[in-house]
Design a protein around this ligand. Sequence first.
Ligand code: UD1
Length: 449
Amino acid sequence: MAQSAGDVIVVRGNGGLDGEVCIGGAKNSVLKLIAACLLAEGQHVLANVPDISDVSVMCELLEAMGVSITRTDHCLVIDVPAEINTEAPYHLVERMRASIVVLGPLLARFGAARVALPGGDDFGPRPIDMHLRALESLGATFRTSHGDISGTAEALTGAEIVLEYPSVGATENVLMAAVRAKGRTRIVNPAREPEIGDLVSFLNQMGAKARWAGNGLAIEGVEQLSPAGQHASSPRSTAGGIGTSARTEVGGTPADGDGYRVISDRIETATYLAAVGMCGGSVFLRHAVGDHMTMLIRKLTEMGMHIVADAEGIRATATQRLTSADVATLPYPGLATDYKPFLVAMLTTASGVGIVTENIFTGRFRYIDELRRMGADIRTEGHHAVVRGAERLSGAPVRAHDIRAGAALVVAGLAAEGETEVAGATHIDRGYDDLTGKLAGLGAIITRR
Ligand code: UD1
């Protein structure tokens, strides 16, 4: 991995950022696409795969099941055999909660799955009740023992499933099960994130029949699926998420035919947008997809940034101190909870006061103590934070507790006076492909040790 050096990122506050950065494939998409490969025997090829440690964990998980995976320059060749071991062990699930998405594909193809129950994390409790209820509606039954959840399904049958909340993981699990269930499934109130759209496109390339219909997803089960990413001539699916448009950056088969291309990472994009907003300057984010992040672009524009999106990417410019704004996280197309650490960091140096409301993961404020160590004026009250902008933060030793919060501390350090040491950088490696190298390429004074 590009960032396997030390566990500390050292960053020094400096002037504006300038140049171009390439946005990689979306972590929150590729992990699910890898799981989806379990649905069909044969060789799947994924392109635009970010070099991040969560991808390594998902690969280890499939390898533990008997799948062969070759990883070369941003590409994965995934060979799924006819029979596999349908168990996902605790030591891997514990490292990455997203492993739970193997449940749907395993039940759909093998009628059995045993997955260690994921615990809570720095966001607070992370229940999977909606995943299980939705899969039960298709005919699966579950039993919990010794910290594992064991599922069986003689045969899955299509059903109408109403999600009381548009959970990303529950939508993915039930979608991957429904594509091989007998008959028609309708998911009412599914999550609509671009990564769900990417999964729909990927599954359809495997031969599934899934499409957006009204306020839901309509899936016609098929008996068999075939590997994805193999055929240069495959038509690009038009089943992308709400707000996606047909352009080269949206997931699908690239023109050269060497793999299904994972969509761009909108959270990585938000990270560089925040860096420009806090430091000033002008940066082109190649491959960033403006259509996937309309609300964030609006919010940053309201705060004083100039942002222009086109088919090649996004140009972001900041020429003055930002102005505060209020922020509330919501399911897509609302402002993503994953953007919030960056917005909070930006508010710490914006002029005025911003009120931030977390509606998705109410425990997701832990990094605020770290920002306070850098001189930020933030008061929290339940799931609200009141951020009063200071002229400048001051560099300090801080610790990353999760992927996005860790990256937000790095971004804050770029705009702080003096040196900031962000410990726990391996959390950042879970979701960032060469954060330090890419920021250095934009003129940041940043190293890893
Ligand atoms: C995914 C993303 C994560 C993002 C989140 C919300 C991945 C790997 N992770 O997480 O980065 O922050 O979407 O956009 O893609 N809930 C339940 N019961 C359930 C499932 C969820 O109560 O069975 C609750 C959760 O506790 C949370 C909310 O629903 O409060 C949203 O969770 P969900 O959309 O499922 O997020 P994840 O798929 O875990």
